[in-house]
Design a protein around this ligand. Structure first.
Ligand code: TXA
Ligand code: MG
Length: 352
């Protein structure tokens, strides 16, 4: 049985529920908890059995390494070898916050299952009082991937975690909805070249990185196809996919809407249950079995916040054919939104 604790978002580690959940992690169990990005599924990063329980619960391929979460900078020293000055700058600028840094791992610091045999470890300090309090209560660095079944959209409320993992994990700390809605930005600094490689775009944008380290070259490696070799192993897997067939429609608004209306009507004739993902302002333009206004035009942060819940709603409604409006976005949070949307669509894109 999976235990559920309902906790106010600003709870301290003295909260009896967080003390209990922390003790479960310390004893080798798995506990899901909110962060400012998405819910994570946590276990003691040093305990191989506990880390294996994460992979089993998620059905996650074992060659995809996990992010280690810390609550204070003191925990970092035991985890990694030397930290280059640019990485240090990024920590100062963005921790606690939605930035994950890939750093050389200190031998024996975490279970080899956490790093999937790599010589590096991904680390972040989440910006959420419950996450920080829980890590303190556990008393160890906490390995935590997103708390979804592998391949499903990441959870942004506890009900998503419950739906995917009930009976498979020790507990869920329900602290309400997460903030950013998409996973953290994963970066690795090439110290010799003075460059920052973005392995996964997220809540910390390219513009944010540039502001923090003005001299650095910033290289975005968003997909396994674009990278020569997948530097962030997780990027090569199918992700975030709804059960229905999702296609992204790009192009001039009038043409795109007209193409979408025809395509939806045709799908309906062939017996599909149809869905559209658009922004609130455009919901009236489409006819489908389910039209979701995900965020608002010109507010990509709101689109990011609501994206995963929207993808899950199509599944709940049994939608088999989905069209999503595409956004042209190369720098801000829109880059992360389109990265996830492209993956959810298996890169099925129509340009009209
Ligand atoms: O916002 C987040 O980052 C959330 C919350 C729970 O913190 N966590 C999360 O974890 O998204 P996960 O496991 O779903 O994604 C981890 C990503 C994967 O793409 C993985 O391949 C990459 O980080 N990663 C982990 N360790 C790495 C390493 N040593 N080198 C390169 N990439 C690594
Ligand atoms: Mg994930």
């Amino acid at each position: 049985m999976t235990k559920i604790w309902k906790v106010q978002p600003d709870a301290s580690s003295a909260h009896p529920f967080l003390a209990e959940a922390g003790a479960m992690i310390a004893e080798g169990d798995t506990v899901a908890f909110p962060t400012e990005t998405v819910y994570g599924l946590g276990a003691d990063a040093g305990n191989t059995k506990a880390v294996e329980a994460i992979f089993t619960a998620k059905g996650r391929p074992s060659d995809n390494p996990l992010i280690v979460h810390i609550a204070h900078i003191g925990q970092l020293n035991g985890l990694v070898e030397e930290i280059n000055p640019i990485s240090r700058r990024l920590m100062d600028a963005f921790w606690p916050g939605p930035l994950t840094l890939v750093l050389p791992v200190r031998s024996g610091a975490v279970s080899p299952r956490v790093t999937a045999g790599l010589t590096t470890v991904a680390v972040r300090m989440p910006d959420h009082p419950i996450a920080l309090s829980l890590i303190r209560a556990a008393g160890c660095p906490v390995a935590a991937p997103s708390a979804n079944r592998s391949g499903r959209p990441s959870p942004t409320v506890a009900a998503h975690v419950y739906g995917d993992l009930d009976g498979r994990i020790g507990g869920i700390v329900d602290g309400g909805a997460t903030g950013v809605g998409l996973e953290s930005t994963v970066v690795v600094v090439e110290a010799r070249e003075g460059s920052i490689r973005v392995l996964r775009p997220g809540g910390v944008t390219v513009a944010d990185l540039r502001r923090a380290v003005p001299g650095a070259e910033i290289v975005v490696e968003t997909t396994a196809e674009e990278a020569e070799a997948p530097r962030s192993p997780g990027m090569k897997y199918a992700h975030y996919a709804p059960q229905g067939r999702l296609t992204i429609v790009h192009g001039d608004k009038e043409r795109a809407v007209s193409w979408a209306r025809d395509s939806l009507a045709e799908a309906k004739r062939t017996g599909e249950r149809t869905g559209v993902m658009t922004v609130a302002e455009h919901t009236g333009l489409y006819e489908a079995d389910l039209v979701i206004g995900c965020g608002s035009a010109g507010d990509m942060n709101a689109v990011a916040q609501q994206l995963y819940a929207a993808l899950r709603r199509f599944d709940e409604a049994g939608i088999t054919y989905i069209l999503a409006e595409g956004y042209e976005s190369s720098e801000g949070i829109g880059l992360a939104v389109m990265n996830r949307l492209n993956k959810a669509a298996g890169h099925r894109v129509v340009r009209v």
